[in-house]
Design a protein around this ligand. Sequence first.
Ligand code: ZN
Length: 437
Amino acid sequence: MTDYSGVLRELVDGTWREPNTGRRYDIGINDITIRDSLEGAEAQLVAAQHKGQKLTVVSDPYTHSAVGERVYKALKADGFAVDEYIWKTPSCSDEGVAHIRDATRHCEARIAVGSGTVTDTVKYASFLDKRPYSVFATSPMNAYTTATASVSSGGFKRSITCTGAKGVFFDLSVLSACPPRLISAAFADVICRTTAQVDWLMGHILFDTPYMQTPYTLLAYDEADMISNAKRMLSGDLDALGMLTRISAIMGLGTRFSSTTHSGSMAEHMISHYIDMFADDKHPRTSHGEQVGVSTITMSQLHNQVLTLDAPPHFKATRIPVDWINNNFTEQMANNMLEQTRTKALNNEQAKALNRRLETEWDTIRHRLMDCMLPYEELHTAMAAAGCQLTATDLNLDTDFYREAVQGARFIRNRFSMLDVVDDSTGLDSFIATMPV
Ligand SMILES: [Zn+2]
């Protein structure tokens, strides 16, 4: 048996120290175990977190046959008071959460078996019920360890901060059987570190907004290896998959260190959220990670273009397209977009002050940002090797709609990004007209 938990073991034990500050962290999760197989160890792992509790194993038909049934039988054979609920039509929505709370109301703790939908539903339902839960993963994604659940209510997606799982268990032989698209999507949702970090750090440098290095210090342990092993992840190689799983779990924990999702979710995620919210029938139901892969490539190209220029961007006051927003979105959405945008919009004085500062500091600032940025070519090559979709066309997404998403994404959230820099200086039109779609 090989254990791939690595630095995660120190994090759950509370022994890991941030190298620059010496600080220790309580990540709020007791156990994160990644092994090539967990067969035969299920009851022991669960017992360490849920001894004496009445359990319900929650899965969907796919994850039930992948590993849910095995977990249920192992717990039953070990003498746990346990039943199972196989959710035929999972959806992480207000209705779905209410459904799971009701269907499993008699249990004292839930064991989620699944990927994002089942896990986030159990996470939020358990938070509302103030009950513990643990997770057996079925794909290598970061949702298992994040502090937030992504829940849709009335068509809007909300990120809700929840209590962490007691235990998160990854059986790599189960993960290696998941559809290759999920592995590629997980790779994309981790490699987006590069664009998220540049955007987040840039906001910090320009406006002194909060920023935290710790999530990136942890991700840096594995990122270079992950890139050089991108191709092996798709072939069922457990070492490569173990590395991707570990780095995905670390990416998820970033939200716990900083109490926000900024470390892994900036403009590339705003483009993806725009697609989720507004694509309607132009949306072929691509997954979160697939969308983030394509938008990460777009943002990386924009970062590389701006930061390799010797001349600083020249800011003007932000022009908020109030009519476009009011005419194209529901009243509630339009009001929300205007509110989000106004909190980061620059007025004339602020734009001038920023320009004065950049005259002398641009070179230092851009090199500081370039130091944490993956070169565009390297990113593109790694993502292609990991089987990621690279353009809107690959996603089967209407290309005009994708251009609109890149143009409109900056208005849906108050997070300052390179989309704001370019739109408030030269405008985004020429980039959008020439970017690969
Ligand atoms: Zn993501």
